[in-house]
Design a protein around this ligand. Structure first.
Ligand SMILES: NC(=O)c1ccc[n+]([C@@H]2O[C@H](COP(=O)([O-])OP(=O)(O)OC[C@H]3O[C@@H](n4cnc5c(N)ncnc54)[C@H](OP(=O)(O)O)[C@@H]3O)[C@@H](O)[C@H]2O)c1
Length: 336
């Protein structure tokens, strides 16, 4: 579930026209073992699977759900992103069952989130206990505030998270859909722990939330987790014919009318497709590695095993810096 639109700040209309950040990727070089998160001792995996889709699946889809997760585990994905609101806890439960059944030498990196409706101290604690029970784990690697609630003081929420961190139920604290002001407020409320990640919507076509926080996150060692990295399938080359575009993709039209925005973004997507073809990459490789070049880590969605395969196959191929720069310009509407 995407948090209420009213919680998102500083939106502009239409596809982003902002220039890419000039600062290079974070100074701590990412390795296969992951990106170090501040002084926490945690290392964050470079690519993850998001389990939001589990929430919208009906009971009949359960087998497909498990197959998708199973494929991700087989292919070495470690980072799994879920939330108490996804499928009202069903996403966490299915993840917990799959992790317990799968004997893997690879340690999973489990991230879940407390709902924006549960940010009062007693609610945060109860929400975490519920999540841990569904996941079948004594702790999670990262616990994120899913989105701020303007009616609840962040100070109280963050102090409770810090207490849970001291108790060892959370290895690290993070947030999601936070602006710079909210990040500052959240960090001020912590005395020993630090905000380690901010998960925001971020892809070649939608930078409205990420652009304003880039500098702050870089200078404070906060890793940006990019959700909707594939623009819900648009950046895999799907919907290029303009047919069957689902509401989730249409909603990225922001303030502009669909009649204006959809043809424009489709034109840019087709140009990205041509660039991918010319450079023997795939649109997915370009979309994911463009995010890495910005210093962000993608949390990808998939609703079937083949999509996990396609994403991970694309991840193996790293396009050149020139191709990524051209893709950036195309997505911003600058013609070659
Ligand atoms: N913090 C937050 O507020 C927030 C908000 C949204 C999402 N998230 C997290 O981020 C995760 C990813 O978000 P997202 O699902 O929007 O990401 P996404 O990666 O942009 O979109 C995933 C969707 O793209 C389509 N797709 C993926 N691979 C494909 C392929 N090879 N060919 C064709 N279509 C393909 C699938 O759509 P179909 O299923 O329709 O086939 C898939 O469900 C979520 O699961 C969730 O964990 C967090």
């Amino acid at each position: 579930m995407t948090p209420p639109a009213t919680k998102r700040k500083g939106r502009r209309s239409g596809p982003s026209t902002a220039k890419p950040p000039k600062t290079p990727a974070p100074s701590s070089a990412p390795t296969e073992a992951g990106i170090p998160l501040g002084k926490s001792g945690l290392r964050h995996p470079l690519i993850g699977l998001g389990l939001f889709a589990l929430g919208r699946w009906t009971r009949e889809d359960e087998a497909r759900t498990k197959a998708t997760l199973g494929r991700a585990l087989e292919r070495g994905i470690r980072w799994f992103d879920t939330a108490e609101v996804y499928g009202s806890g069903r996403s966490e439960r299915v993840l917990g069952e799959c992790l317990q059944r799968t004997a893997s030498s690879v340690r999973p990196f489990v991230v879940t989130k407390v709902s924006w409706e549960h940010l009062r101290p007693n609610q945060v604690r109860a929400a975490l206990i519920g999540s841990l029970q569904r996941l079948g784990r004594p702790s999670v690697d990262l616990y994120l505030v899913h989105a701020p609630d303007p009616h609840v003081s962040l100070k109280d929420t963050m102090s409770t998270l810090e207490a849970l961190w001291k108790e060892g139920k959370i290895a690290g604290i993070g947030v999601s859909n936070f602006s710079v002001e909210q990040l500052e407020e959240a960090q001020r409320a912590l005395s020993e722990a630090a905000v380690l990640v901010n998960q925001v919507r971020y892809n070649l076509f939608d930078r409205d939330d990420a652009d304003p926080i880039q500098e702050y996150c870089r200078s404070h060692g906060i890793l940006i987790e990019a959700y909707s990295p594939l623009a819900r399938g648009l950046l895999t080359g799907r919907y290029l014919d303009g047919k069957g575009i689902p509401p989730e993709v249409r909603r990225m039209a922001h303030g502009l009318s669909e009649e204006k925005w959809i043809p424009e973004v489709l034109q840019r997507a087709r140009a990205l497709h041509d660039l991918a073809h010319e450079s023997e990459a795939s649109m997915t490789s370009i979309a994911l590695h463009w995010l890495r070049a910005q210093g962000a880590v993608p949390v990808c969605g998939a609703s079937r095993p083949e999509q996990v395969d396609a994403t991970l196959d694309a991840w193996q191929h790293v396009p050149s810096a020139d191709v990524l720069q051209r893709a950036d310009a195309i997505a911003r509407g600058i013609r070659d």
